[in-house]
Design a protein around this ligand. Structure first.
Ligand code: FAD
Length: 367
């Protein structure tokens, strides 16, 4: 097993974490990234929130293990990777019911979480004055990650243990191989032969599968916007991130001001999505309706990125049902940064034949 050569396609969180776990298990790894730098897409465009309080217990398990992974990745980082701010999920009615099971699920995973009254939540974040909700889920070990530093740490760890990172190397076509012959990936810089291939190409994962002649997994990228305000004095940088469920709008402190999203979801072609100027108006409407203490925020910068979903919104991890040498690390939705470490572990174990990926993430499942 130690001599297995694995080609990982994509240099975002999914590919970097998988490469790291593969080399630590003795595999030879070539990480292929199309761009001249790694992580230029979703992995650098996200909100950096380490959120483990997720209603789907399958995702929550991966998120808790993923969040713990950042402590291990600290080994390869020069600065702290996490600001442990905690998180507040505001809920009422159906959203509250949907989250009921989260507290026992997190407790089972030895993660603290508790429901608190609106007054207690507002005491933590005075900007919630005037916000209407029944209860808030307080998860104190959640926090905000330095996403650039985290990705750099994963890549550094992978390279230290021998992974080769080939930037500016796009997989343009290929043959997935079979039991008797290796996979072959064509790039403009030559052909790469590998015992196993990992598709970790984010929004392009189904595009890559198509280039290898494999059936697509139904992955759809959705555009989402983020907006950063300029600094303003009433923001305490120690606030937790605050997510109003149901209304679907969130904010967290950033550089003396706030980073916010109106949680928009719009199907989008794989690519570099432009920010729609109209989205600021959507944000303003949602903030006015949900966080009246935050109206008229001075938005300074807006951008958009792609979150990629399988039809059932669960990750797509592990062996391809049609090609025994091909493995998936895709469909990471809005949780790919939080979950990266654990996703890398699951996919590395699957690619090296050590353990299959959990059935709920099986690329072959009915969705
Ligand atoms: C607005 C927004 C907010 C988010 N907020 C959070 C958050 O707060 N917390 C959280 O945990 N997650 C968050 N996410 C989700 C998280 O960012 C993603 O799940 C994660 O970054 C996906 O990583 P990835 O490696 O799968 O994809 P990507 O980062 O897109 O990486 C895929 C890579 O594959 C490369 N590639 C594509 N095709 C090829 C090819 N043919 N050959 C070689 N390379 C190729 C691409 O160039 C790219 O670099 C957010 C996402 C967005 C967009």
């Amino acid at each position: 097993m130690a001599s297995l050569h694995v080609a990982v396609i994509g240099g975002g969180f999914a590919g970097a974490a998988t490469a790291l776990h593969l080399v630590r298990r003795g595999a030879r790894v070539t990480l292929l990234e199309r761009d001249p730098i790694a992580g230029a897409h979703a992995s650098s465009q996200n909100a950096g929130m380490l959120r483990t309080a997720i209603a789907d217990p399958a995702l929550a398990r991966v998120a808790v293990a993923g969040a713990r992974g950042l402590e291990q990745a600290q080994t390869w980082a020069d600065a702290p990777l996490v600001r442990p701010s905690g998180s507040l999920l505001l809920a009422s009615g159906a959203e509250l019911d949907a989250l009921r099971a989260v507290v026992p699920a997190l407790k089972e995973l030895r993660r603290n979480a508790e429901w608190i009254e609106p007054a207690a939540a507002t005491a933590r974040v005075p900007a919630l004055a005037g916000t209407s909700f029944d209860a808030a889920l307080w998860t104190p070990e959640d926090g905000v990650a330095d996403t650039a530093a985290y990705l750099a740490a994963l890549l550094r760890g992978a390279r230290q243990d021998g992974a080769t990172l080939r930037l500016g190397t796009e997989v343009t076509s290929g043959d997935p191989g079979d039991e008797s012959r290796p996979a072959r990936l064509a790039t403009e810089k030559g052909v790469i032969e590998a015992d196993a291939v990992v598709i970790a190409a984010g929004a392009w994962s189904d595009v890559v599968a198509g280039r290898l002649g494999l059936p697509l997994r139904g992955l759809v990228p959705y555009r989402r916007h983020l907006h950063a305000t300029g600094p303003f004095p009433s923001v305490d940088p120690g606030w937790p991130f605050v997510w109003a469920l149901g209304d679907e709008v969130y904010f967290r402190p950033e550089s003396g001001g706030l980073l916010l999203s109106p949680c928009d979801e719009e199907p989008f072609e794989p690519g570099e999505p432009p920010a729609d100027p109209e989205n600021r108006a959507l944000l303003a409407r949602k903030v006015a309706a949900t966080f009246p203490a935050l109206v008229d925020l001075p938005v300074m910068r807006s951008w958009a990125g792609l979150r990629t979903f399988a039809p059932d919104r669960r990750f797509v991890l592990g062996r391809d049902p049609t090609a025994p040498r091909v493995f998936w690390a895709a469909g990471l939705a809005g949780h790919g940064m939080t979950c990266a470490w654990e996703i890398g572990r699951i996919v590395a174990d699957s690619a090296l034949g050590l353990a299959p990926a959990p059935a709920e993430f099986d690329p072959a499942r009915r969705r």
